[in-house]
Design a protein around this ligand. Structure first.
Ligand code: HEC
Ligand code: HEC
Length: 390
């Protein structure tokens, strides 16, 4: 009885000190003064936990993504911590820089050795909502779709001898927890939770952070919302060239590179998740085939979403194209007649590789439209930025 009373009053006191009510909102101070003093030795973190769920516009379903913000806060710190690599010099952000829509501008990226990655870094900021796109049982990760979750992807990346070079993630997580700062952040993210390992908590937190990334404030998104979700009309806030580019995009690109609702956002249409887009007749890197051994998967790769595409050069799994102009040239008249070339890129009558034969002004219009998909505002949000002090 005594213990019960004590517990009750402790809980009550806890509630009093941790919640301050004003008229409109309840502000929950996440840290005690002592905890905050420890954290702010190394980190710039807000006293109140940043909200990581994002409100999607009506055009994308109108719901708010559910992210555990305390996990994402820990994930943000881990994402930028160089202690996650064997030489203490590489963090996730070495290859995934927020201002470049979480890419790095390299064809292949340097990690902990003198070698480079064998593929071009995938953007993490090309989605309206990472969590909606990759959510439960949805799309798989990496250019060859080999990872089913960010936890799986992060395990592979951290253990990859070229990328982050760790051999034992359990040991790494335990080592991080020697640091008082991480003791606090792990406890906030996973309060009273002894049943999950530190390794799993580290991976879950990274997953929550990555899953929180989303970009829905591009000029396209605003114009689309103003048009009440109509993709076929001309947008008053677009130039004539951008509107022409949108038409070309809707006719030639949107079936694979979806802009819209689709099944991820509760819609019904199923987008093309992986395809061969006719880069070569013979692929040096055979993509999904290396995982599945199915001949129909030779030269088949993930179809990336294209928000922020302006920021993520160079392009394709091997970073072969330096510019969007070069990408558009490929689709206009360079598509190869690979046996696995997707039907969307074949001529409906002949079945041969499609020749769009765009003229110069059409090509420029298409590029102009692609640039309306840029959303620097979301990428610049402090909740995605490096929290470490100087
Ligand atoms: C040395 C560079 C490098 C580092 C460090 C790195 N990545 Fe990556 N990342 C890549 C490359 C390259 C790919 C594409 C690899 C592939 O498809 O085979 C990728 C792919 C991904 C993907 C898949 C995205 C998609 O759309 O399928 C995610 C998620 C990701 N990285 C998150 C992370 C996280 C989290 C970390 C830190 C734990 C990290 N990365 C560290 C280079 C890096
Ligand atoms: C059949 C589906 C399909 C169609 C249609 C299609 N693409 Fe692609 N696209 C892909 C695939 C698959 C890749 C990745 C291929 C690779 O790297 O091997 C890709 C890659 C790209 C990339 C590079 C993305 C990155 O992050 O590196 C851009 C840009 C692009 N496509 C633009 C376009 C444009 C513009 C059109 C219309 C003219 C178009 N695509 C039509 C399937 C398609």
């Amino acid at each position: 009885m005594k213990t019960k009373l004590f517990l009750l009053s402790a809980m009550f006191a806890g509630t009093l000190t941790s919640c301050i009510k004003d008229d409109a909102t309840t502000v929950v101070h996440n840290y005690t003064d002592d905890e905050y003093a420890v954290l702010t030795q190394k980190l710039n973190l807000p006293v109140e936990v940043d909200e990581y769920g994002i409100q999607l516009p009506q055009t994308l379903g109108g719901f708010k993504t559910f992210i555990n913000s305390k996990e994402a806060t820990l994930g943000r710190v881990l994402f930028y911590d160089k202690r996650l690599s064997s030489n203490l010099e590489v963090n996730c952000a070495s290859c995934h820089k927020a201002e470049l829509a979480f890419t790095d501008g390299e064809q292949f990226s340097p990690g902990v050795t003198t070698e480079r990655t064998s593929r071009n870094t995938l953007a993490l900021g090309s989605f309206p909502s990472f969590t909606a796109y990759y959510g439960s049982g949805g799309t798989r990760m990496f250019w060859d779709n080999r990872a089913g979750s960010v936890m799986e992807q992060s395990t592979e990346t951290m253990k990859n001898p070229v990328e982050m070079g760790n051999t034992d993630l359990a040991e790494l997580a335990d080592e991080l927890l020697q640091d008082k700062m991480y003791q606090i952040l792990f406890e906030k993210a996973f309060p009273n939770n002894p049943w999950q390992s530190n390794e799993d908590k580290m991976l879950i937190a990274l997953q929550s952070f990555v899953s929180s990334i989303g970009c829905v404030n591009s000029r396209f998104d605003k114009a689309w919302a103003d048009a009440n979700g109509d993709l076929t009309t001309s947008y008053p806030s677009f130039t004539q060239e951008e509107n022409r580019g949108k038409q070309l995009y809707m006719a030639n690109c949107s079936s694979c590179h979806i802009l819209t609702g689709s099944s991820f956002f509760g819609g019904t249409s199923t987008p093309v998740i992986a395809a061969n887009n006719g880069l070569d007749m013979d692929y040096a890197d055979e993509g999904i085939f290396k995982i599945s051994s199915l001949p129909s998967d030779k030269g088949v790769f993930k179809v990336p979403l294209l928000r922020n595409i302006e920021l993520t050069a160079p392009y394709m799994h091997d970073g072969r194209f330096a510019t969007l102009e070069a990408v558009v040239d490929h689709y206009s008249d360079g598509i190869q007649n690979h046996p696995n070339l997707h039907s969307e890129l074949r001529d409906a009558n002949t079945g041969q590789a499609k020749k769009m034969n765009l003229n110069e002004s059409d090509k420029q219009a298409l590029v102009a439209f692609l640039k309306t998909l840029t959303d620097k505002e979301s990428l610049a949000h402090v909740r995605y930025s490096d929290p470490f002090k100087g």
